[in-house]
Design a protein around this ligand. Structure first.
Ligand SMILES: [Zn+2]
Ligand SMILES: [Zn+2]
Length: 349
């Protein structure tokens, strides 16, 4: 499902709530009640929380100027546009901002309950607080180093080899010929692109693909604390899509062409001179079922022995041709797996 976001629509602004920790009065309004109406205590911006849906208090014609500022001298809350603290008169430039941006999201028809406090007051650091762990990350690094060492060591061990000497015990050649047959091959294409020479063309109307069509939208409700005692509520929607088949004309046809049919293979030792497999009828034939020669492949092998072990290596024809029985070679053999590396085979002396 592909989806696109569109801008928030109809954001509304409501009061955050706070509880007075001095007299216990609950559900005071974040914007209206800068001081507790019961005991006069100053609002603590870190005590703000989102109300339940049935207790939301709208803020009419709210002009948002930014998160509140907190006076560094007396901790009083001021509007972001105030230049001086309303309580002690200290300039507010550089003053800390109340926290903002906390949010919660729910389905369109979900009922929100009252939230917990959305911010935690930073705890003053004390000697009793656990010191930051110094060695964090060291242990994983150590494990990683061990793993790398083990893998590296394994690769090193598997790559190590030693030079062994071997001698020739026999010869083998292999020659193969790919045989092609003239055949009717079925095809399917856009009707504008039927190849020349095609026949039995059959036009069909059928599904040729699919397209995504918009099919409603899914929405969610988001509340975002603005840091000035209010929060805004938005609806965020995404278009959903469904897949719809697309129909069109397609052409089916037959086309005569040469197709790989099989490989003919011959092999022998040095007693028989290498020869190519042959096709009885090599004339130029162009009816269905005719066969012709395709590509050719040839390989030449030396049979060798080192110690009590026999193996075979492919070599160039010239080397195969000039080499006699019992001629000595050197070859690298893996130290661990005892694998013969034919790429390193060299005549010795
Ligand atoms: Zn109070
Ligand atoms: Zn102040």
């Amino acid at each position: 499902m592909d989806s696109t976001s569109r801008p928030a629509n109809g954001a509304k602004v409501y009061e955050m709530l706070w509880d007075c920790k001095f007299c216990g009065t609950r559900k005071l309004l974040g914007k209206t009640h800068r001081f507790c109406p019961n005991c006069g205590a100053q609002q603590d911006p870190t005590a703000r929380y989102f109300p339940a849906d049935n207790e939301k208090v709208a803020v009419q014609d709210h002009v948002y100027v930014g998160a509140d500022r907190i006076c560094s001298a007396c901790n009083s809350l001021s509007s972001a546009k105030a230049e001086f603290c309303g309580n002690c008169g200290k300039p507010l430039s550089g003053a800390a901002q109340a926290q903002q941006g906390a949010s919660r999201t729910g389905d369109e028809d979900e009922q929100f309950a009252e939230s917990d406090k959305v911010y935690q007051k930073p705890k003053p650091s004390t000697a009793a607080a656990a010191p930051p762990k110094q060695g964090f990350g060291l242990k994983p690094l150590l494990i990683l180093a061990v793993v790398i060492a083990v893998i590296g060591g394994g690769i090193f061990a598997l790559t190590r080899s030693q030079t062994s000497s071997a001698y020739v015990t026999g010869f083998r050649w292999e020659r193969s010929l790919n045989v092609e047959r003239f055949q009717a091959v079925p095809g399917k294409t856009d009707c504008n692109a039927v190849p020349i020479g095609a026949y039995s063309v059959n036009q069909q109307y059928e599904q040729v693909g699919s397209r995504q069509v918009p099919d409603g939208e899914t929405c969610e409700r988001v509340q975002i604390d603005q840091g000035d005692g209010t929060f805004r509520e938005e609806e965020r929607c995404q278009t959903t899509y469904r897949s719809e088949p697309v129909y069109g004309y397609v052409c089916y046809y037959l086309f005569n062409t040469w197709v790989f049919a099989r490989a003919e293979k011959l092999e022998g030792t040095k007693e028989q001179a290498p020869t190519w497999p042959s096709l009885g009828s090599s004339g130029s034939c162009f009816t269905l079922g005719c066969e012709r020669e395709g590509s050719r492949n040839e390989r030449y092998y030396l049979a060798l022995r080192y110690g009590d072990r026999d193996f075979e290596c492919p070599v160039e024809y010239a080397l195969w041709e000039e080499t006699g029985l019992e001629r000595s070679f050197t070859v690298e053999v893996g130290s661990v797996l005892k694998d013969v590396r034919c790429g390193t085979l060299k005549p010795s002396g």
